[in-house]
Design a protein around this ligand. Structure first.
Ligand SMILES: *Cc1c(COP(=O)(O)O)cnc(C)c1O
Length: 394
Protein backbone atom coordinates (compact mmCIF):
# COMPACT_ATOMS: atom_id res chain seq x y z
CA UNK A 1 0.00 0.00 0.00
CA UNK A 2 1.32 3.46 -0.85
CA UNK A 3 1.79 6.36 1.56
CA UNK A 4 -1.04 8.67 2.69
CA UNK A 5 0.39 11.63 0.74
CA UNK A 6 0.14 9.57 -2.47
CA UNK A 7 -3.26 8.10 -1.66
CA UNK A 8 -4.64 11.60 -1.04
CA UNK A 9 -4.07 12.23 -4.74
CA UNK A 10 -4.91 8.82 -6.23
CA UNK A 11 -7.26 6.86 -3.97
CA UNK A 12 -10.77 6.13 -5.29
CA UNK A 13 -9.86 6.83 -8.93
CA UNK A 14 -11.66 3.67 -10.10
CA UNK A 15 -14.96 5.43 -9.39
CA UNK A 16 -14.23 7.97 -12.12
CA UNK A 17 -15.35 6.13 -15.24
CA UNK A 18 -14.82 9.11 -17.56
CA UNK A 19 -11.73 10.39 -19.39
CA UNK A 20 -11.62 13.53 -17.29
CA UNK A 21 -8.64 13.71 -14.89
CA UNK A 22 -10.71 15.58 -12.32
CA UNK A 23 -13.96 13.70 -11.67
CA UNK A 24 -17.06 15.38 -13.09
CA UNK A 25 -19.85 16.56 -10.80
CA UNK A 26 -22.97 14.48 -11.39
CA UNK A 27 -25.44 17.28 -10.71
CA UNK A 28 -28.45 15.01 -11.01
CA UNK A 29 -31.10 13.72 -8.64
CA UNK A 30 -31.52 10.43 -10.47
CA UNK A 31 -30.06 8.03 -13.08
CA UNK A 32 -31.54 6.05 -15.99
CA UNK A 33 -32.69 2.74 -14.56
CA UNK A 34 -31.53 -0.62 -15.86
CA UNK A 35 -34.33 -2.23 -17.87
CA UNK A 36 -33.37 -5.65 -16.55
CA UNK A 37 -35.53 -6.05 -13.38
CA UNK A 38 -32.82 -7.99 -11.53
CA UNK A 39 -30.24 -5.27 -12.17
CA UNK A 40 -32.78 -2.62 -11.19
CA UNK A 41 -33.48 -4.33 -7.88
CA UNK A 42 -29.76 -4.66 -7.26
CA UNK A 43 -29.20 -0.94 -7.87
CA UNK A 44 -32.13 -0.02 -5.63
CA UNK A 45 -31.02 -2.12 -2.68
CA UNK A 46 -27.21 -2.20 -2.87
CA UNK A 47 -25.63 0.04 -0.24
CA UNK A 48 -24.14 3.28 -1.60
CA UNK A 49 -24.88 2.36 -5.24
CA UNK A 50 -23.52 5.36 -7.21
CA UNK A 51 -26.03 5.33 -10.10
CA UNK A 52 -29.56 4.89 -8.73
CA UNK A 53 -30.93 7.96 -6.88
CA UNK A 54 -28.89 10.69 -5.23
CA UNK A 55 -29.80 9.88 -1.61
CA UNK A 56 -28.45 6.35 -2.20
CA UNK A 57 -25.11 7.37 -3.68
CA UNK A 58 -23.19 9.40 -6.23
CA UNK A 59 -19.97 8.64 -8.16
CA UNK A 60 -18.00 11.52 -6.58
CA UNK A 61 -19.30 10.53 -3.13
CA UNK A 62 -17.99 7.00 -3.73
CA UNK A 63 -14.57 8.31 -4.74
CA UNK A 64 -14.37 10.73 -1.81
CA UNK A 65 -15.60 8.11 0.67
CA UNK A 66 -12.99 5.59 -0.49
CA UNK A 67 -10.27 8.18 0.09
CA UNK A 68 -11.53 9.01 3.60
CA UNK A 69 -11.74 5.30 4.46
CA UNK A 70 -8.13 4.91 3.34
CA UNK A 71 -7.14 7.86 5.57
CA UNK A 72 -8.81 6.33 8.62
CA UNK A 73 -7.66 2.80 7.77
CA UNK A 74 -11.24 1.46 7.73
CA UNK A 75 -12.99 -0.79 5.20
CA UNK A 76 -15.59 1.77 4.17
CA UNK A 77 -16.92 5.29 4.67
CA UNK A 78 -20.17 7.16 4.11
CA UNK A 79 -20.52 10.88 3.36
CA UNK A 80 -23.25 12.95 5.00
CA UNK A 81 -24.57 16.48 4.58
CA UNK A 82 -23.03 17.80 7.83
CA UNK A 83 -20.91 16.58 10.71
CA UNK A 84 -24.01 16.36 12.89
CA UNK A 85 -25.73 14.21 10.25
CA UNK A 86 -22.75 11.84 10.57
CA UNK A 87 -22.93 11.86 14.39
CA UNK A 88 -26.71 11.36 14.62
CA UNK A 89 -26.89 8.81 11.78
CA UNK A 90 -24.03 6.76 13.25
CA UNK A 91 -25.45 6.84 16.78
CA UNK A 92 -29.02 6.04 15.68
CA UNK A 93 -27.75 3.12 13.60
CA UNK A 94 -26.40 1.54 16.80
CA UNK A 95 -28.86 2.20 19.64
CA UNK A 96 -32.50 1.22 20.23
CA UNK A 97 -35.02 1.80 23.02
CA UNK A 98 -33.86 0.24 26.28
CA UNK A 99 -30.15 0.63 25.47
CA UNK A 100 -27.66 2.60 27.50
CA UNK A 101 -24.93 4.91 26.18
CA UNK A 102 -21.82 6.12 27.98
CA UNK A 103 -20.43 9.46 26.80
CA UNK A 104 -17.90 12.02 28.00
CA UNK A 105 -18.87 15.01 30.11
CA UNK A 106 -17.69 17.40 27.39
CA UNK A 107 -18.62 17.13 23.72
CA UNK A 108 -19.26 19.34 20.71
CA UNK A 109 -22.37 21.35 21.70
CA UNK A 110 -24.86 19.84 19.22
CA UNK A 111 -23.64 16.32 20.05
CA UNK A 112 -24.28 17.10 23.73
CA UNK A 113 -27.87 18.02 22.86
CA UNK A 114 -28.27 14.75 20.92
CA UNK A 115 -27.09 12.84 23.99
CA UNK A 116 -28.97 14.86 26.60
CA UNK A 117 -32.26 15.48 24.82
CA UNK A 118 -32.75 13.46 21.64
CA UNK A 119 -31.68 9.97 22.77
CA UNK A 120 -33.77 10.04 26.00
CA UNK A 121 -36.80 10.92 23.81
CA UNK A 122 -36.48 7.45 22.29
CA UNK A 123 -35.92 5.54 25.52
CA UNK A 124 -32.12 5.49 25.36
CA UNK A 125 -30.41 6.28 28.66
CA UNK A 126 -27.12 8.20 28.67
CA UNK A 127 -24.60 8.48 31.50
CA UNK A 128 -21.25 10.25 31.57
CA UNK A 129 -17.64 9.52 32.47
CA UNK A 130 -14.61 11.68 33.18
CA UNK A 131 -12.17 11.63 30.23
CA UNK A 132 -9.18 12.08 32.52
CA UNK A 133 -10.07 9.07 34.69
CA UNK A 134 -10.34 5.66 32.98
CA UNK A 135 -11.84 3.98 36.06
CA UNK A 136 -14.84 6.32 35.81
CA UNK A 137 -15.63 4.64 32.49
CA UNK A 138 -15.59 1.16 34.06
CA UNK A 139 -18.01 2.41 36.69
CA UNK A 140 -20.58 3.46 34.06
CA UNK A 141 -20.73 0.17 32.11
CA UNK A 142 -24.09 -1.60 32.51
CA UNK A 143 -25.43 -4.89 31.10
CA UNK A 144 -27.44 -2.90 28.50
CA UNK A 145 -24.60 -0.54 27.46
CA UNK A 146 -24.65 -0.58 23.65
CA UNK A 147 -22.40 2.36 22.83
CA UNK A 148 -19.43 4.30 24.19
CA UNK A 149 -19.31 7.70 22.47
CA UNK A 150 -16.09 9.74 22.69
CA UNK A 151 -14.47 12.80 21.13
CA UNK A 152 -10.73 13.54 21.42
CA UNK A 153 -9.32 16.15 21.65
CA UNK A 154 -12.70 17.41 22.80
CA UNK A 155 -14.40 20.67 21.97
CA UNK A 156 -13.79 23.22 23.40
CA UNK A 157 -11.60 22.22 26.37
CA UNK A 158 -9.08 20.04 24.46
CA UNK A 159 -9.26 17.14 26.89
CA UNK A 160 -7.83 13.83 25.66
CA UNK A 161 -9.59 10.46 25.89
CA UNK A 162 -7.50 7.29 26.24
CA UNK A 163 -8.49 5.56 22.98
CA UNK A 164 -6.58 2.31 23.63
CA UNK A 165 -8.30 1.97 27.00
CA UNK A 166 -11.78 2.67 25.59
CA UNK A 167 -11.17 0.35 22.62
CA UNK A 168 -9.94 -2.57 24.75
CA UNK A 169 -12.67 -2.26 27.38
CA UNK A 170 -15.41 -2.03 24.75
CA UNK A 171 -14.10 -5.06 22.83
CA UNK A 172 -13.95 -7.10 26.03
CA UNK A 173 -17.56 -6.22 26.87
CA UNK A 174 -18.91 -6.39 23.29
CA UNK A 175 -19.85 -2.69 23.23
CA UNK A 176 -19.70 -0.61 20.03
CA UNK A 177 -17.48 2.50 20.12
CA UNK A 178 -17.80 5.74 18.16
CA UNK A 179 -15.10 8.43 18.17
CA UNK A 180 -15.51 11.96 16.81
CA UNK A 181 -12.06 12.55 15.28
CA UNK A 182 -12.79 16.05 13.93
CA UNK A 183 -10.29 17.97 16.08
CA UNK A 184 -7.37 15.67 15.32
CA UNK A 185 -7.96 14.79 11.64
CA UNK A 186 -6.72 11.38 10.44
CA UNK A 187 -3.26 12.84 9.76
CA UNK A 188 -2.77 13.36 13.50
CA UNK A 189 -4.76 10.46 14.94
CA UNK A 190 -6.37 7.22 13.76
CA UNK A 191 -8.81 5.93 16.40
CA UNK A 192 -9.25 2.67 14.45
CA UNK A 193 -5.64 1.78 15.28
CA UNK A 194 -6.68 1.70 18.97
CA UNK A 195 -9.69 -0.57 18.51
CA UNK A 196 -12.39 2.09 18.00
CA UNK A 197 -15.16 0.71 15.73
CA UNK A 198 -16.65 3.78 14.08
CA UNK A 199 -14.99 7.13 13.39
CA UNK A 200 -17.05 10.22 12.59
CA UNK A 201 -15.91 13.63 11.38
CA UNK A 202 -17.29 17.02 10.71
CA UNK A 203 -15.65 17.20 7.26
CA UNK A 204 -16.65 20.87 7.36
CA UNK A 205 -13.44 21.33 9.38
CA UNK A 206 -9.98 19.88 8.58
CA UNK A 207 -11.05 17.38 5.88
CA UNK A 208 -12.67 20.05 3.69
CA UNK A 209 -10.22 22.59 5.06
CA UNK A 210 -11.39 25.73 3.26
CA UNK A 211 -14.54 26.74 5.19
CA UNK A 212 -16.56 26.52 1.97
CA UNK A 213 -18.71 23.44 2.58
CA UNK A 214 -20.46 21.45 5.28
CA UNK A 215 -20.10 17.68 5.25
CA UNK A 216 -19.66 14.69 7.53
CA UNK A 217 -18.21 11.20 7.28
CA UNK A 218 -18.82 7.87 9.02
CA UNK A 219 -15.95 5.34 8.79
CA UNK A 220 -15.94 1.71 9.86
CA UNK A 221 -16.32 -1.85 8.63
CA UNK A 222 -18.44 -2.29 5.51
CA UNK A 223 -21.16 -3.87 7.67
CA UNK A 224 -21.24 -0.91 10.08
CA UNK A 225 -21.15 1.68 7.29
CA UNK A 226 -23.91 -0.11 5.36
CA UNK A 227 -26.07 -0.10 8.51
CA UNK A 228 -25.47 3.65 8.83
CA UNK A 229 -26.27 4.08 5.11
CA UNK A 230 -29.62 2.33 5.61
CA UNK A 231 -30.39 4.66 8.51
CA UNK A 232 -29.38 7.65 6.38
CA UNK A 233 -31.94 6.68 3.73
CA UNK A 234 -34.62 7.35 6.37
CA UNK A 235 -32.95 10.28 8.12
CA UNK A 236 -32.13 11.90 4.78
CA UNK A 237 -28.74 13.53 5.37
CA UNK A 238 -27.01 12.70 2.06
CA UNK A 239 -24.24 15.04 0.86
CA UNK A 240 -24.94 17.13 -2.25
CA UNK A 241 -22.84 16.27 -5.37
CA UNK A 242 -21.06 19.62 -5.56
CA UNK A 243 -20.10 19.49 -1.87
CA UNK A 244 -18.75 15.94 -2.27
CA UNK A 245 -16.64 17.24 -5.17
CA UNK A 246 -15.40 20.24 -3.14
CA UNK A 247 -14.54 17.92 -0.26
CA UNK A 248 -12.46 15.72 -2.58
CA UNK A 249 -10.65 18.79 -3.86
CA UNK A 250 -9.99 19.98 -0.30
CA UNK A 251 -8.71 16.56 0.77
CA UNK A 252 -5.90 16.59 -1.81
CA UNK A 253 -3.91 18.99 0.39
CA UNK A 254 -4.93 17.61 3.80
CA UNK A 255 -1.48 16.35 4.74
CA UNK A 256 0.30 19.56 3.67
CA UNK A 257 -2.23 21.74 5.49
CA UNK A 258 -2.27 19.74 8.71
CA UNK A 259 1.54 19.62 8.94
CA UNK A 260 1.76 23.41 8.50
CA UNK A 261 -1.09 23.94 10.97
CA UNK A 262 0.54 21.66 13.59
CA UNK A 263 3.81 23.61 13.30
CA UNK A 264 2.11 27.02 13.46
CA UNK A 265 0.01 26.05 16.47
CA UNK A 266 3.03 24.77 18.39
CA UNK A 267 4.98 27.97 17.68
CA UNK A 268 2.03 30.11 18.77
CA UNK A 269 1.39 28.00 21.90
CA UNK A 270 5.05 28.24 22.93
CA UNK A 271 4.99 32.01 22.43
CA UNK A 272 1.79 32.35 24.51
CA UNK A 273 3.53 30.55 27.39
CA UNK A 274 6.06 33.39 27.58
CA UNK A 275 3.47 36.22 27.53
CA UNK A 276 2.66 37.88 30.89
CA UNK A 277 -1.00 38.56 29.95
CA UNK A 278 -1.66 34.89 29.24
CA UNK A 279 -2.59 33.07 32.43
CA UNK A 280 -2.83 29.61 30.89
CA UNK A 281 -2.24 27.90 27.54
CA UNK A 282 -4.06 24.67 26.76
CA UNK A 283 -2.41 22.85 23.85
CA UNK A 284 -1.97 19.08 23.83
CA UNK A 285 1.42 19.47 22.12
CA UNK A 286 2.88 21.30 25.14
CA UNK A 287 4.32 19.42 28.15
CA UNK A 288 2.16 21.74 30.33
CA UNK A 289 -1.05 20.11 29.00
CA UNK A 290 -2.32 17.83 31.81
CA UNK A 291 -2.64 14.90 29.36
CA UNK A 292 0.38 15.59 27.14
CA UNK A 293 1.85 12.10 27.68
CA UNK A 294 -1.40 10.46 26.62
CA UNK A 295 -1.63 12.76 23.60
CA UNK A 296 1.89 11.70 22.59
CA UNK A 297 0.95 8.03 22.87
CA UNK A 298 -2.00 8.23 20.51
CA UNK A 299 -1.36 11.26 18.25
CA UNK A 300 1.20 11.85 15.50
CA UNK A 301 0.68 15.61 15.61
CA UNK A 302 -1.17 17.94 17.93
CA UNK A 303 -3.61 19.85 15.68
CA UNK A 304 -4.24 23.55 15.23
CA UNK A 305 -6.66 23.83 18.15
CA UNK A 306 -5.61 25.61 21.30
CA UNK A 307 -7.13 27.65 24.10
CA UNK A 308 -5.62 30.52 26.03
CA UNK A 309 -6.87 32.18 29.20
CA UNK A 310 -6.37 35.94 29.32
CA UNK A 311 -5.14 37.08 32.76
CA UNK A 312 -7.20 39.47 34.90
CA UNK A 313 -7.97 40.23 38.53
CA UNK A 314 -11.35 38.47 38.35
CA UNK A 315 -13.57 36.73 35.78
CA UNK A 316 -15.31 40.01 34.90
CA UNK A 317 -12.00 41.64 33.95
CA UNK A 318 -10.91 38.50 32.12
CA UNK A 319 -14.16 38.59 30.13
CA UNK A 320 -13.69 42.26 29.15
CA UNK A 321 -10.04 41.74 28.24
CA UNK A 322 -10.85 38.66 26.13
CA UNK A 323 -13.39 40.79 24.26
CA UNK A 324 -10.76 43.51 23.73
CA UNK A 325 -8.28 41.02 22.29
CA UNK A 326 -10.97 39.42 20.14
CA UNK A 327 -11.97 42.77 18.67
CA UNK A 328 -8.34 43.89 18.12
CA UNK A 329 -7.16 40.85 16.17
CA UNK A 330 -6.80 41.51 12.45
CA UNK A 331 -5.76 38.17 10.96
CA UNK A 332 -7.70 35.89 13.31
CA UNK A 333 -11.36 36.25 12.36
CA UNK A 334 -14.00 35.96 15.07
CA UNK A 335 -16.11 33.20 13.58
CA UNK A 336 -17.54 29.83 14.59
CA UNK A 337 -16.04 26.71 12.99
CA UNK A 338 -12.42 25.59 12.73
CA UNK A 339 -9.96 23.60 10.69
CA UNK A 340 -9.77 25.90 7.67
CA UNK A 341 -6.72 27.44 5.99
CA UNK A 342 -7.52 30.76 7.71
CA UNK A 343 -7.01 31.32 11.44
CA UNK A 344 -10.17 31.76 13.51
CA UNK A 345 -10.87 32.62 17.12
CA UNK A 346 -13.95 32.45 19.35
CA UNK A 347 -14.73 33.50 22.90
CA UNK A 348 -16.62 30.46 24.28
CA UNK A 349 -17.91 32.29 27.39
CA UNK A 350 -19.90 34.72 25.25
CA UNK A 351 -20.89 32.11 22.63
CA UNK A 352 -21.96 29.46 25.13
CA UNK A 353 -23.25 31.95 27.70
CA UNK A 354 -26.81 31.75 26.44
CA UNK A 355 -27.01 27.97 26.62
CA UNK A 356 -25.02 27.17 29.75
CA UNK A 357 -25.28 28.09 33.43
CA UNK A 358 -22.10 29.25 35.26
CA UNK A 359 -21.88 25.75 36.85
CA UNK A 360 -22.17 24.05 33.46
CA UNK A 361 -19.48 26.32 32.03
CA UNK A 362 -17.18 25.47 34.90
CA UNK A 363 -17.89 21.75 34.47
CA UNK A 364 -17.17 21.96 30.72
CA UNK A 365 -13.88 23.73 31.53
CA UNK A 366 -14.90 27.09 30.04
CA UNK A 367 -13.49 30.18 31.74
CA UNK A 368 -14.64 33.77 31.04
CA UNK A 369 -11.16 34.77 29.84
CA UNK A 370 -10.73 31.81 27.50
CA UNK A 371 -10.26 32.17 23.74
CA UNK A 372 -10.44 29.10 21.51
CA UNK A 373 -8.12 29.39 18.55
CA UNK A 374 -8.09 27.47 15.27
CA UNK A 375 -4.69 28.07 13.68
CA UNK A 376 -4.51 28.28 9.88
CA UNK A 377 -1.68 28.03 7.35
CA UNK A 378 -0.53 31.67 7.41
CA UNK A 379 3.11 32.45 8.39
CA UNK A 380 3.69 31.84 12.11
CA UNK A 381 5.42 35.21 12.61
CA UNK A 382 2.38 37.07 11.32
CA UNK A 383 0.06 35.05 13.57
CA UNK A 384 2.22 35.74 16.63
CA UNK A 385 2.49 39.40 15.59
CA UNK A 386 -1.29 39.70 15.42
CA UNK A 387 -1.74 38.44 19.00
CA UNK A 388 1.16 40.61 20.16
CA UNK A 389 -0.55 43.77 18.92
CA UNK A 390 -4.00 42.66 20.17
CA UNK A 391 -2.71 41.84 23.67
CA UNK A 392 -1.00 45.23 23.59
CA UNK A 393 -4.43 46.89 23.54
CA UNK A 394 -5.29 45.64 27.03
C1 LIG B 1 -18.27 21.15 13.98
C2 LIG B 1 -18.26 19.88 14.73
C3 LIG B 1 -19.30 18.95 14.61
C4 LIG B 1 -20.52 19.23 13.77
O1 LIG B 1 -20.22 19.37 12.42
P1 LIG B 1 -21.16 20.19 11.37
O2 LIG B 1 -20.48 19.96 10.09
O3 LIG B 1 -21.15 21.61 11.82
O4 LIG B 1 -22.51 19.59 11.47
C5 LIG B 1 -19.20 17.75 15.28
N1 LIG B 1 -18.13 17.49 16.07
C6 LIG B 1 -17.12 18.37 16.24
C7 LIG B 1 -15.99 18.01 17.12
C8 LIG B 1 -17.14 19.59 15.58
O5 LIG B 1 -16.14 20.46 15.76
Amino acid sequence: MSHIETDLIHSGKAFNETRSVIPPIYQTATYFADTNPEEYLKAATEARHPYFYHRHGNPVSSQTAELVARLEGTEAALLTATGMAAVSTAVLSIVKAGDHVVAQRSHYSAASVLLKEVLPQFGVEVSYFDQSDNSSLDAEIRPNTALIYVETPSNPNLAITDLAYVGALAREKGITTVCDNTFASPINQRPGDFGIDIIVHSATKYLGGHSDLTAGVICGTSAAVNKAWKKMLSLGGALAPFDAWLLLRGLRTLSLRVKQINANALALAQWFETHPLIKRVLYCGLPSHPQHELARRQMNGFTGMLCVEIAGKDEQEQFTRAQTVLNSLQLFANAASLGGVESLVVHPASMWGLHHSPEQKLKAGINDGMLRISVGIEHEEDLIGDFEQALGRI
